[in-house]
Design a binder for this molecule. Structure first.
Ligand code: FPP
Length: 251
């Protein structure tokens, strides 16, 4: 993907406002080192700290991280339990730094299905950083794009059936207002999606919101995804011509 392995200079005026990341490859990172898969997830969590700081300092406004999908329950119990303990560890240890960085934590997903300790850690992190005005660190936890659209459809249909919503007035804004990203306001749609580990698919992530996102696939496993690789992904984004279905002004 990247021809040049050096760290390029970025145009500060065109930093993507919302970057979403599918943090893939923790298991393969561990396997390569003859370590158990959970060691890969621990290294992945450590890297969340590093990339959060780098993204905040780069001027990114929202960083959405896919931490657990609605399909990840299919993994062995021990791995699921470990993944559910990661937000607890992360917020316990990293909260002072998040506050020092002025980062605001938000968590989206089917949170009711999470273990109580995970839910409580997420709620506490949101509450403790609610006054922060810098980058929003948005964790997708037990998140699935199709489930999100099903829930939105159900809510819209319920309002229409109750007579509080005119079905002929339903438009894109109506749908967006019923999605979990609604609280991000004008920044709900990612400008840039990065997936690590060389896999090239969306895996049920932000299906509505990524209609016009630029996609960058990085070969590095997530624990090896450094701030300079992030910089190269953003440089790749800055080289793209975003037309949103239109044509260039000078075409
Ligand atoms: C995908 O790699 C990764 C996950 C399913 C979990 C991602 C979670 C983290 C990086 C830590 C999250 C941290 C916090 C603070 C919540 P994989 O296991 O599918 O890797 P593989 O494809 O190589 O097996």
């Amino acid at each position: 993907m990247f021809a040049d392995k050096s760290t390029p200079a970025l145009d500060p005026a065109r930093i993507p406002a919302h970057v979403a990341i599918i943090m893939d490859g923790n298991g393969r990172w561990a396997k390569k080192r003859f370590l158990p898969r959970i060691a890969g997830h621990k290294a992945g969590m450590e890297n969340v700290k590093v990339i959060t700081k780098a993204a905040s300092r780069m001027g990114i406004k929202v960083l959405t991280l896919y931490a657990f999908s609605t399909e990840n329950w299919k993994r062995p119990d021990a791995e699921v339990n470990y993944l559910m303990s990661l937000p607890v560890d992360f917020f316990n240890v990293f909260m002072p730094e998040l506050i020092a960085e002025n980062v605001r934590v938000q968590v989206m997903g089917e949170l009711a299905a999470l273990p109580a300790k995970t839910r409580q850690a997420a709620a506490a992190a949101e509450a403790d950083t609610a006054q922060n005005t810098g980058m929003i660190l948005n964790f997708a936890l037990n998140y699935g794009g199709r489930d999100e659209l099903i829930e939105a459809t159900r809510a819209i249909a319920t309002e229409a059936a109750a007579g509080t919503l005119d079905p002929t007035a339903i438009d894109g804004d109506t749908v967006a207002a019923h999605l979990m990203t609604n609280r991000l306001g004008a920044l709900a749609d990612p400008d840039l999606l990065i997936r690590t580990s060389g896999e090239e698919r969306l895996s049920n992530f932000l299906l509505w919101q990524m209609a016009y996102s630029e996609l960058v696939f990085a070969p590095e496993y997530w624990p090896d995804f450094t701030p300079s690789v992030l910089t190269r992904a953003v440089a790749d984004y800055q080289a793209r011509d975003r037309r949103f279905g239109g044509i260039d002004a000078n075409s």
